[in-house]
Design a protein around this ligand. Structure first.
Ligand code: CA
Length: 233
């Protein structure tokens, strides 16, 4: 059996003790780590060292964690990277903003390193699952998508969609809870050689919502970034 290289995690944290502690625990679990102590360094490292996941501190000097998150989500090569944000307890509203800007999960300081490791593993499970190409059907509440038949139904009733609407919906269903920027959606659904503007995405999202009313509340608009499909409980 060929050995799979250990997953690489980038830790961006300016507090040295916390950085070392997180690094130690992740390495103990068999992960490879890369570290950065400023936002700028972290952004650079995210592109250079190609991590599989990022642990990102919210309070960083100069470029803070929210801005780092936003920039990562806006660049095609880092847009889909799983991000766990470290926040302080007093910053409740920042946690919400963090998730809106595209962090996949957050852990509140002070935290136990074991709890963080558990979150990292859970997030990997989630993203690995959504990356599996073998999936040919999606269910979302009363909505069902069958990729083999190229069919979308709501409560068993056929909903005719154009190819782009179908592709857009498929992409959202494959990544519930993740912020997908307009650029990423354009590239994935329309292709890299498409010359349209990002407004095209907005128009198609609006049409999807008109055709499938349950998506009206399910597809959330994320300010200045893109869209996210609400995770169903
Ligand atoms: Ca900090």
């Amino acid at each position: 059996m060929a050995s799979v290289p250990a997953k690489k995690i980038l830790i961006i944290e300016d507090e040295r003790d916390i950085l070392q502690l997180v690094k130690l625990y992740l390495e103990k679990e068999g992960f490879r780590t890369v570290t950065a102590s400023t936002g700028a360094e972290g952004l650079n490292s995210a592109k250079q060292s190609k991590p599989d996941l990022i642990v990102l501190d919210l309070m960083l000097p100069e470029i803070d964690g929210l801005e780092v998150c936003k920039r990562l989500r806006s660049a095609p090569e880092t847009a889909m990277l799983p991000i766990i944000m470290l926040t302080a307890k007093a910053e409740e509203s920042d946690q919400v903003i963090g998730l809106e800007l595209g962090a996949d999960d957050y852990v509140t300081k002070p935290f136990s390193p074991k709890a963080l490791v558990a979150r990292v593993k859970a997030l990997f499970r989630r993203t690995d699952r959504s990356r599996q190409e073998s999936q040919t059907a999606y269910h979302y509440g009363k909505l069902a998508m069958d990729l083999d038949r190229h069919e979308v139904t709501v409560q068993g009733k056929d909903v005719p969609l154009t190819a782009k609407e179908f592709g857009l919906l498929e992409h959202l269903l494959r990544h519930p809870g993740r912020v997908l920027t307009r650029e990423v959606l354009l590239n994935q659904v329309w292709g890299y050689d498409y010359f349209g503007t990002t407004r095209t995405v907005d128009v198609h999202v609006r049409r999807l919502k008109q055709k499938i009313p349950l998506l009206d509340e399910a597809i959330l608009s994320v300010k200045s970034l893109g869209y996210k499909l609400k995770v169903l409980d």
